[in-house]
Design a binder for this molecule. Structure first.
Ligand code: FAD
Ligand code: DLZ
Ligand code: SF4
Length: 516
């Protein structure tokens, strides 16, 4: 007989979970389950499903080796009910458990599904809501910080977190004399400045091979290449990936954070988000590793600070916003964008070299770095007026690190401005000039990045103005966008009319399903 069934979800693979710390190996039962409800709520990239199933299986074995009783349901188990609440209830009943413990899921969808079970268990089900070692701030800490503020800005929360953790602090002052070194982090890459090292890759072991065969069989038509599969799938491998990043690429992380190259989709990025989000790496320890590298002279301050800010600042801030904004956040659409997501996002033909590069890489690796997500695929969707819910579901499906609590603030908030400015004070939009400055994409493109009108005009050049003009009522008064509108107003009237006409034609072609 056991007393409690302790649920561990696929993205809660942390040995430090409170739910484990307070449990009793002799009496409690760990419940883990591969279920269709989680594997199909969007059409996840096959690499993402394989990563999670392999990491879940290995974590379950690690727990068993540590002396825990684990009830693990595989996807092809004939008894599988294929929903997390049902599996928890089934396993608890089978083992005679009289209570359940759940670390609150990241996503509202699953929180709500588990609420019903909570009602039937009553006081016998414990929801651990405010303590989760996969985050540095608790939800209450974020709520307290946000309370009474007119606007939530990441930078101020980040400073609080620096003070709280002592990361990169010199007494009560920021190390290096500045909180933020972003102005040093905008260097484009030249010619052959390729980064040969890339992330650490792992050959599939027996567990991974078995999962790959399962995913191939069960999810044959999901968008994305399952093989070659090279992700880390346990804590040791994830730690080795972190060590490798710190030794090889952190040094240049800051300088080339915004750069994009056709032949190198990783550059100096860490490719650690999927491991941190699944519990294979502890975010605070990752930040501390970067700080130590700076202290040891292995990385400059702009690299260490830039990297730490992404985790301590953006990741924690996004999670807090998702929590306080509530379950309707993903249906926000203040700009009333309604256009269907074009096929090119699913690998359909496009003549745009930047979109083709970002989508092909996404299909191959379940990965694109931040600027590809924000300034290529996100920028295009926003300028073209794509329905934010459709682009949100795309991001949630195609990236190995995607869970709604982190994806939605980035997509609905930062990238699509669908939340009306909760996350960002202005929309992230640019013409082709930005992409050309930061990448080598434009050289091989059918469009001309210097052309402002006509058939060869870069679609970003046309749609940039179309977006600003169709939303002038909303953004015309924003001081951070005043310069853009002044530039437009100074243009020759005939030129302005041609830009808007050509942009309108491009959108018509998009609506007709033509290749753009
Ligand atoms: P690096 O660039 O090396 O950064 C290091 C770490 O910082 C990341 O591993 C991640 O943990 C954290 N980080 C960096 N930027 C952010 C950010 N904006 N928000 C939260 N954490 C951040 N991140 C996700 O984890 N899941 C998502 O589903 C996701 N969707 C995104 C969608 C859009 C439109 C945009 C613009 C960004 C999205 N991000 C998402 C944030 C960021 O792009 C990824 O965290 C990053 O690309 C992961 O790759 P990396 O590990 O190489 O990160
Ligand atoms: C993403 C995912 C997938 C594909 N499959 C499972 C699964 O079978 N079992 C599971 O416990 N978790 C899975 N996950 C992760 C969950 O979707 C995630 O825990 C919730 O979205 C909450 O963030
Ligand atoms: Fe992208 Fe425009 Fe450059 Fe082509 S010209 S790669 S569409 S930015």
């Amino acid at each position: 007989m056991v007393s409690r069934a302790i649920l561990i979800l696929g993205d809660q693979l942390s040995p430090d979970l409170d739910a484990l710390r307070d449990a009793d190996k002799d009496r409690d039962l760990i419940v883990m389950a591969e279920v269709r409800a989680e594997a199909t709520y969007v059409g996840h990239h096959p690499k993402k499903i394989a990563f999670l199933f392999a990491a879940m299986r290995k974590f379950a074995r690690r727990l068993e080796a540590d002396g825990w009783q684990v009830a693990y349901t595989r996807l092809d188990d004939p008894e599988n009910t294929h929903a997390i609440p049902d599996e928890l209830a089934r396993r608890a009943a089978d083992h005679g458990a009289d209570g359940a413990v759940v670390t609150e899921p990241g996503e509202w969808r699953l929180r709500q599904a588990l609420d019903a079970l909570h009602e039937s268990y009553g006081s016998h089900m414990e929801f651990i809501c405010n303590s989760d070692t996969r985050f540095i701030a608790s939800k209450d800490e974020f709520k307290d910080w946000a309370a009474g503020r007119k606007q939530l800005r990441m930078e101020y929360f980040y400073r609080e977190m620096r003070r709280k953790t002592g990361l990169l602090m010199d007494g009560d002052k920021p190390a290096g004399g500045q909180w933020n070194f972003d102005h040093d982090n905008r260097k484009p890459l030249k010619g052959n400045d390729l980064f040969a090292s890339g992330p650490l890759r792992f050959d599939p072991d027996d567990t991974v091979a078995e999962v790959l065969a399962l995913v191939e069989r069960e999810f044959p038509s999901n968008f994305g290449d399952l093989r070659p599969f090279w992700f880390a799938t346990d804590h040791d491998q994830a730690q080795a990936s972190l060590d490798h990043f710190i030794a090889q690429r952190l040094e240049t992380f800051g300088d080339y954070q915004d750069a994009m190259l056709r032949d190198d989709g990783f550059l100096s990025h860490a490719v650690l988000g999927l491991y941190i989000n699944a519990g294979l790496l502890d975010p605070l320890k990752v930040c501390q590793a970067a700080e130590t590298a700076w202290k040891n002279g292995q990385a400059p301050i702009n690299a260490a600070e830039g990297f730490i800010r992404q985790i301590l600042g953006w990741r924690e801030f996004g999670r807090g916003v998702y929590d306080i904004e509530g379950p309707d956040y993903t249906s926000r659409n203040v700009l009333e964008h309604k256009r269907k997501l074009p096929d090119m996002y699913w690998g359909g033909d496009t003549q745009m070299a930047c979109m083709s590069a970002a989508v092909s890489q996404t299909r191959a690796e379940a990965y694109a770095h931040h600027i590809q997500r924000l300034m290529v695929t996100g920028n295009f969707a926003l300028l073209a007026g794509i329905d934010p819910h459709q682009i949100h579901e795309w991001y949630l499906a195609v990236y190995a690190d995607a869970y709604e609590w982190v994806e939605a603030p980035n997509v609905i908030g930062m990238s699509q401005f669908a939340d009306g400015g909760v996350v960002g004070s202005k929309p992230y939009v640019s013409s082709g000039a930005y992409i050309n400055r930061m990448s080598d994409y434009c050289k091989g493109c059918a469009y001309a990045v210097t052309a402002k009108t006509g058939d060869k005009a870069c679609p970003f050049n046309l749609l940039y103005w179309h977006f600003l003009i169709r939303h002038r009522d909303r953004f015309g008064g924003n001081p951070r966008m005043a310069q853009m509108y002044r530039t437009w107003d100074r243009m020759d009237e005939t030129h302005r009319a041609t830009v808007l006409r050509d942009a309108g034609r491009l959108l018509e072609r998009l609506d007709a399903g033509e290749t753009v």
